[in-house]
Design a protein around this ligand. Structure first.
Ligand code: BES
Ligand code: MG
Ligand code: ZN
Length: 501
């Protein structure tokens, strides 16, 4: 979908979305539409509540026009997230009407700055317009092809264009992440995931290096290898580097994404119902790859290295088994109590690697790690474990910009006791309770006290409903949050990125 700022004259517009506040402000709306709104409001047929949609047609001077009125709620309570949600509903209405081109009226408000406003409009519409139909013979689903944003004041055009450029970059990155998650495990396996990262590196200008089994062995990544060895697909360590601040090479943000291109559970095998969706177990990888494309495209002045330890967790004569004791790149020994707790094993070697070999000074890992996070927080909030409150507060503030909700789990020392093994340094299972915390803290054992955030996206990485700007399947969660987190650490220490003004 193509979204651009446009000056088309009112008379030439066929399909238009007109935003309306519940409390009346509508000075930018032409008189005849205003008259319709007033009549509808008097009859209580359309009140302008946030996300409320009303469709009508009218005879234009030259054209037969189709108008979608879109409620924005009370201006006082307007937020970026409300704008995203509202505009996604207008988009869905336009899709239902099988429109191809749509004009969308920009609006004024003191509550959300113009850059955030355009970003929220673009994101809400484009993300709701996403469709994954690579495999449908009959590609029936209608999508909107062009969106023209009209009514942007001349003096605002530069700023609004800047916002739109950033939004378009993030939208593309989220589409990429959703595609990677939605593709099945017979097309996305370590080699093809690595290839896609390489293609994107070329397209967006970041460096990609891919290590195969020999190099992984040489690095002594025994934890990663143990998970990988049950599969015929060779594991790949995908390393992506972007140096946007060469003068400050000792500040490197490390992003680590879980890249299980399939998780059967291994010998601790999953029931079929839980296994079907396990092609999504590389959503963390998809998020870091997507974020790298935007970080690079937007020339963020930061040094970022992203690492994905990509492999499959399967069963074979070579697979690792419950009861095995393995080592890790850091040299700590691990007793395997459950082969389905595999993500943390791949992540600890990736985390150790990114600190030791890529000199990361802060680390964020993002992973579809535990079913327990879904039990605790549901499907709309990402669970976080951290060793650093300041880093967490950065995350909290960018999460308000991205619209991706986060919640911090407690990480008291008592929980660390639960991952100590009787016969090895650690065990890969923390017992029955507090599974998200013990899984996170297992990774925390390998971060060497540098600021670290662990994002468990098992609940938020995919959606089982089509709702607001989410579509069924991969959500692309993490792309925006990682992007803004990287941007915040270098460009907007005070107020976050794109907050007002
Ligand atoms: N990939 C799964 C976690 C998961 C569950 C992701 C549901 C998305 C939806 C992970 O590897 C896993 O199997 N975790 C186990 C851990 C347990 C054995 C300690 C789980 O959550 O059941
Ligand atoms: Mg598993
Ligand atoms: Zn997994």
């Amino acid at each position: 979908m193509n979204i651009k700022i446009s000056d088309i004259a009112c008379d030439n517009i066929e399909n238009v979305v007109v935003p309306v506040f519940e409390d009346g402000k509508s000075d930018y709306i032409c008189d005849d539409v205003k008259a319709v709104i007033n009549t509808l409001k008097n009859k209580e047929q359309f009140k302008g509540k946030c996300g409320e949609v009303f469709f009508f047609t009218k005879n234009g001077e030259n054209n037969f026009k189709q108008v979608i009125l879109l409620g924005l709620g009370k201006e006082e309570g307007l937020t970026s997230e409300k704008i995203r949600v509202a505009y996604s509903k207008a988009l869905r209405k336009a899709k239902e009407l099988k429109l191809q081109d749509l004009s969308v009226r920009f609006f004024e408000s003191e509550k959300v700055c113009r850059k955030s406003r355009i970003k929220a409009i673009a994101e809400g519409m484009a993300l709701a317009n996403y469709a994954f139909n690579n495999y449908k013979s009959d590609k029936k689903e209608s999508t909107i092809k062009n969106i023209n944003v009209i009514g942007v004041k001349d003096e605002d055009k530069n700023k609004v264009q800047e916002g739109l450029d950033e939004a378009n970059s993030l939208i593309n990155a989220i589409y990429e992440a959703r595609n990677l998650v939605n593709e099945p495990a017979n097309t996305i396996y370590p080699e093809t995931l690595a290839k896609r990262a390489e293609e994107l590196g070329k397209e967006f200008g970041f460096e990609v290096e891919v290590f195969g089994e020999n190099k992984i062995q040489e690095l002594k990544m025994e934890a990663f290898m143990s998970v990988a060895k049950g599969s015929n697909h060779e594991p790949k360590l995908i390393v992506m580097r972007y140096f946007g601040d060469k003068a400050n090479k000792d500040n490197v943000i490390g992003l680590v994404g879980k890249g299980l291109t399939y998780d059967s559970g291994g010998y601790s095998i999953k029931p079929t119902a839980g296994m079907v969706s396990m092609k999504t177990d590389m959503a963390g990888a998809a998020a870091v790859i997507g974020a790298m494309t935007s970080i690079s495209k937007m020339d963020i002045k930061a040094n970022v290295v992203a690492v994905v330890a990509a492999c499959e967790n399967l069963i074979s004569g070579a697979a690792y088994k419950p009861g095995d004791i393995i080592s890790s790149m850091a040299g700590k020994s691990i007793e395997i109590l459950n082969t389905d707790a595999e993500g943390r094993l791949t992540l600890i070697d990736a985390v150790h690697y990114i600190i030791e070999k890529e000199n990361a000074t802060k680390v964020v890992d993002i992973a579809t790690l535990t079913g327990a996070v879904v039990a605790a927080l549901g499907k709309t909030v990402t669970g976080v474990v951290t060793n650093n409150d300041e880093f967490y507060s950065d995350l909290e503030s960018v999460s308000k910009v991205s619209g991706e909700k986060v919640w911090k789990f407690p990480a008291f020392d008592e929980y660390k006791e639960l991952i100590k093994s009787d016969i090895a340094d650690l065990q890969n299972l923390g017992g029955k309770y507090g599974g998200t915390i013990t899984a996170g803290l297992f990774i925390g054992e390998f971060v060497q006290d540098i600021p670290w955030l662990h994002l468990d996206i098992a609940g938020t990485a995919d959606s089982n409903v089509e709702k607001e700007y989410l579509t069924k399947g991969g959500t692309g969660v993490g792309v925006k949050t990682l992007y803004y987190l990287v941007k915040k650490t270098v460009e907007c220490k005070e107020k976050c990125c794109c907050n007002n003004k």
